[in-house]
Design a protein around this ligand. Structure first.
Ligand code: NAD
Length: 330
């Protein structure tokens, strides 16, 4: 099937082309993101393949529909960037990759925690300059710390397992409780309670109208002083301006984010020779206790292979008219 792949990076192409040797779809790669200004590039294609920051809003879907596109294939799990109502109205099918490797993201959350805590990124730079002092590198043991997990689906469950393995006390909040995690000793409590007693809070819920700015002024006010907040879910789950206020007042002791509210104009590109006009990220970058990675939680060999495989299988299933549990709309 003819598919236009948007927001293509060299690594996307590498994994998709390798796996496509078996599926034999006709893939065309575009570096530009999909949005209302680029949607006409899909003219003549039956499908579009998109990623986290492609803007598949009603206007974009309108143009895709007019161009003959029948299916939108997401090569990611989250689908907050697709207007499912409009795609359904246009009878367009939408597929995603729900579970390519929850371990890759959960392990990245742990990497953020350990780096922020033990400051290995600072030690690495210091030692390269012959500075072997330990000043300001003091960390804390994770053992016996209270870790609050918000969202215990596929990624949150693996993350909870990892933290249990480190000897933490894991508490959780979700609209659906996991009996498997409860058997392992995870205690489900209200969001308010979780915010009040956690030493580390890790976000693993999707971005929905209910979770938009879930971590806002009120939420920060309930947290313990010096708490560590980790976000590998979606940027807008945190109100960034309030996070900056909480960092300035030292309520927030550490912030580790792999996702950022306004990441579309920054992440996945090299802007080293450009002026960044986003003052919020500039302020975040100025704090010594903030660690930002540019949405790389999914970026492991295993996850990339699985993403390419499931994406191509979704296209094949659509083409063959086969039902498949990855269908989320249409
Ligand atoms: P999932 O659907 O398996 O789990 C999400 C969990 O959040 C579910 O248990 C759900 O009940 C819960 N939830 C929903 N609304 C909630 C609310 N209001 N309060 C508390 N809990 C709520 O999804 P997953 O595969 O675990 O992924 C979680 C999120 O991680 C995705 O939606 C995506 O945004 C993000 N993600 C990030 C990366 C990355 O590279 N950083 C990669 C993949 C996914």
């Amino acid at each position: 099937m003819k598919v236009a792949v948007f927001s293509t990076k060299s690594y996307d192409r590498e994994f998709l082309e390798k796996l496509n040797a078996k599926f034999k779809h006709d893939l065309s790669f575009f570096e530009v993101p999909l949005n209302r200004h680029t949607a006409s590039l899909a003219n003549g294609f039956k499908g579009v393949c998109v990623f986290v920051n492609d803007k598949v809003d009603p206007e974009t879907i309108e143009i895709l529909h007019y161009s003959g596109v029948e299916v939108i294939v997401l090569r990611c799990a989250g689908f907050n960037n697709v207007d499912l109502k409009t795609s359904a109205e246009k009878n367009m099918k939408v597929y995603r990759v729900p579970a390519y490797s929850p371990n890759s993201i959960a392990e990245h959350a742990l990497a953020l925690i350990l780096t922020l805590n033990r400051k290995t990124h600072k030690a690495f730079n210091r030692i390269r300059e012959n500075n072997f002092s330990l000043d300001h590198l003091l960390g804390f043991n994770l053992h016996k710390k209270v870790v609050g997990v918000i969202g215990t689906g596929m990624i949150g469950s693996v993350f909870a397992d990892i933290m249990l393995g480190l000897g933490c006390e894991v508490i959780a909040h979700d609209i659906e409780e996991s009996s498997g995690l409860k058997e392992k000793g995870v205690k489900y409590i209200s969001l308010e309670e979780l915010l009040k007693i956690s030493d580390i809070i890790s976000l693993h819920c999707p971005l929905t109208p209910e979770t938009h700015h879930l971590i806002n002024k009120e939420a920060f006010s309930m947290m313990k002083k010096g708490v560590m907040l980790i976000n590998t879910s979606r940027g807008a789950v945190i109100d960034t301006k309030e996070a900056i206020r909480a960092l300035k007042s030292q309520k927030l002791g550490y912030l580790g984010i792999d996702v950022y509210e306004q990441e579309e104009s920054l992440f996945f590109r090299d802007l080293s020779e450009q002026i960044v006009s986003d003052d919020l990220i500039a302020r975040l970058m100025s704090f010594p206790n903030v660690l930002i990675t540019a949405h790389q939680g999914f970026f492991t060999e295993e996850a990339m292979t699985q993403i390419a495989k499931v994406t191509l299988q979704n296209i094949s299933d659509f083409e063959a008219g086969r039902m498949n549990e990855n269908l989320i709309g249409g």
